[in-house]
Structure formats: C-alpha cells, structure tokens
Design a protein around this ligand. Sequence first.
Ligand code: ZN
Length: 419
Amino acid sequence: MSEKTIKLYDENAYSTEFTAKVVSCEKVEDKEGLFKVVLDRTLFFPEEGGQTPDKGIIIPFSDEESASFEEHGTIPESVSAGKGAAIEVQDVQIKNDVIFHFVTSELKAHSVVFGRIDFGHRFSNMQQHSGEHIFSGIVNSKFGYDNVGFHLSDSIVTMDYSGQLSPEEISDIELSVNQAIYENREIRAFYPSPEELSDIDYRSKKELIGAVRIVEVDGYDVCACCAPHVKRTGEIGILKVVSFQNYKGGTRVSILCGKRALEFLSGEHSMIQELAGELSTSGDNIPTIVHKQQEEIASLKRSLSEAGEKLLNIEADKLPEGVKNVCLFADKDSDPNVIRRVVNRLVSERAGFCGIFFGNEADGFRFIIGSGDGLNSNDIIAELKKSFNVRGGGKPAMVQGSIEGASEEAIREVFNMVS
Ligand SMILES: [Zn+2]
C-alpha cells in the first residue's frame, strides 16, 4: 500500500504549479492506454465529497532532468518555457488518502514531474463550494435543517436539505448569503487537535475518522470539509439560486456562484431581450403580453373548433343515404371532442360503422369509429390491421386509435367492404 499523498492544496488553495516524484504508475486494467499515477504530493484535488476533480496537466522530466532537479532543484528550461510535453490529467481519485492521477502516458517511477492545475476551473469550484457552505450554514442556524446531499459538477451545485423551505425562505437565505459576500468575511481551513475539535460545534454529513479539517466562515458557518475554499467571502462574487424543489420530504436547491452565476444571468437576460424584441415590448411587459396571447390562442382554438364542427356536420349531411358504413376525413388539428360528437350523431342516424379520420396520409391519421346495436367497432380495426399499421381499440360502441401508411382511398375501401 502506498503512503498517504501529501495534499498540497490543503496548504494553499491558490497554488497552481508544483513538482513531485512519481511513486508508482500502473496500467488501468480494463481501460486501454490509461495509467494511474501516484505522486508523493499533489495540487490536484480528487473527486471527493460530491465535488468533481481538478483539471490540469503533468509534464514528465527526463532522467537527466530528474537527476538535475534532485541535485540542484532546477526546473528544466523546456518546462519553465511551457514547451514540455504536457500530459492531460483525465481524472483524479482518492482512496485511503492515496491520490491517483489518471493519464494516457506511462510515467517512470521515481522520476520527477511538474504539474499545473487549471486554476480557472479550480477557482470556480472554490467559489461554488464556499458559497454552498454559507448557504448551508444559514439553513442550519435559521431552520435547523441538515445538508444531507451535495453535488458540485462543472455546471451546477445541488444541495439537499432535511426539511422543507418555502420560496420566500429560500429567497431570504439567498439575500443573507449575498450579504455575507459583501461583508468579505474570512474563510479559514485548519486541522484542530482532537481536544480542540471536541470544543468546536461544527456541521458534518458523516462520522469522520482521522484528522478532521474544519472550514470556518467567520460569523456564518463551521463545517468539516476536505475541499479548497476561497480566503474571503467577497471572492465568491455572487450566489444565485437557480432552482429548488421538494425532494424526499426535504428541499433540493441548485445554486451558482461567481462567474457561473454571471454567465447564467447573462444567458437569461439575453433570452428576455430576445423575447422582448420578438414581442415588441420591454422585458417587464413580457408576462402580461404572453398571458394575453395565451387567452387569444385559447379563444381562437374555440372558434376553430366550432367552425370545424360546423364543417364536419355539413359533410355528414351530404353523406349518401343507403350506404351502410360511412367515413369522413378531417383536419389534423381537429378537436377530438368535436370528432366524438359528430361520430355520435352519425351513429344515431345510421345502422353501420361510422368513422372519422383526422390527420393526413403523410403523417397518419387518428380516428374515432362508432357503431350501433349488434356491431363491434373493434371488427373494423381488425380489418384495417390486415393492411396497415394500426393502434387502438375500445368498447364495441366506440373505438379510437391511430393508423399509419393508409390513404383516404384505402380506408374508404375497407369501410365499403366490411359488413
Ligand atoms: Zn465542503
């Protein structure tokens, strides 16, 4: 078993570059061309505690460069000039305090490497995670609810709380978190001694073993946490709640902080601007105009449905007497309630099968077919099924369904044939 990896990110969350010695490099068994590398120390934060791992690169030193580094501490010129052959770190995992870097090149054990993390990605994660601590700290102190789930992906931060929060309460918490951001409070991460720890009242999701790292947001939160955080709350920039829902008897809240929040709000703003342009109004007028348009659409639909019913009834009037089965064709967007009423009317006037098909030959038709005493409307579905792709059924008096691949002509033929 390897020794514990020294977590350089614990000492300074803002460091971006480091050198380390390769402790081991092994092929990943079921992944062709992938190796897992253990370094004696690293700045790469692994996937841990619901947070995705750091991104970045590793540049291996040649034997000569490694020897020279060990002797004089010199970084090869190619590396400092950014010309070394960089290997992208695909994933970072931790097990029993040993950190594994997944890379696509084999690295020599005992050689030296240079590493650089993607600080844009790291800093964003620090902003999100620190924002989450303040939010959860306020939820805990104000409402007594625990954070029972946490996920920090590259696109969203999701927290699950053990109790229900109303929209007003969430909005208040959001305001308080942003107040904490304006106050630019200190955030401190430290490993207290067991005696010190026993005197600290801190939040924790699970029973912790080994050294407990405490992250304290001055005046807002104390929580056990292994992740890098910003030094002062002002660096979080902004916290925005983007969604929330009832979840397993509690509340699931999604937030964004910093640049991610700005990008989200800019996206929403552009969308509003675009809609406002489309509707020739100002952004704050959009809800009123959309509501009015919805009412107009509903009213137009009613008129269209009434006109459609009139038209179908006129066609029904024109159907020849003396023909046993009849079928009519209507527009794709016909109101099924109208179709049902006209089918019922036809059934009351005629002895055979009466069907109305609405749709078109290209996309297929939906249908409602009715019949009077002694007939079973499912019989005509059975007949249609012989030649076409038909779905549907129902009681003998009335069936409904859909048919594909049939022309009006072909459907009429089946109606003429069935007795
Ligand atoms: Zn945390």
